[in-house]
Design a protein around this ligand. Sequence first.
Ligand code: ZN
Ligand code: MN
Length: 136
Amino acid sequence: MRTIKHSRQRESILTFLLNRKDHPTADTLYAGIREEYPNISLGTVYRNLNLLVELGEIQKLTCGDGKDHFDADTSPHYHFVCQTCGCVSDLPLPPVDNLDEQAQACTDCHIDSHTLIFYGTCVDCLANPMAHPSDT
Ligand code: ZN
Ligand code: MN
């Protein structure tokens, strides 16, 4: 019974994430999931998110704001982080070919992967410079 319930919760978390393009944090996901599962705990959401990451069904992004962001798109792609509002969006730059191999050629350490994040100001913040007070 427990495993069925848990996998249904996990499925619901995955579905919720698949429907979003904004790379939500665990807290944001928790707020949304609670509408469907009012009794779910933040710990359960965290556990399931980390399990989904381990299973390779989603990816975790570290964007420099101290919070993990989650992305149901596991294909190689880059991200843009707005330093004013903190939004995280996909950057449709074609992945650099063989970057891991190029890095490997420079070191005796073993390269597994890389991340590439671009920082700046998003179009909304460019249009409304006063809309997002800093440090929210
Ligand atoms: Zn912004
Ligand atoms: Mn993404």
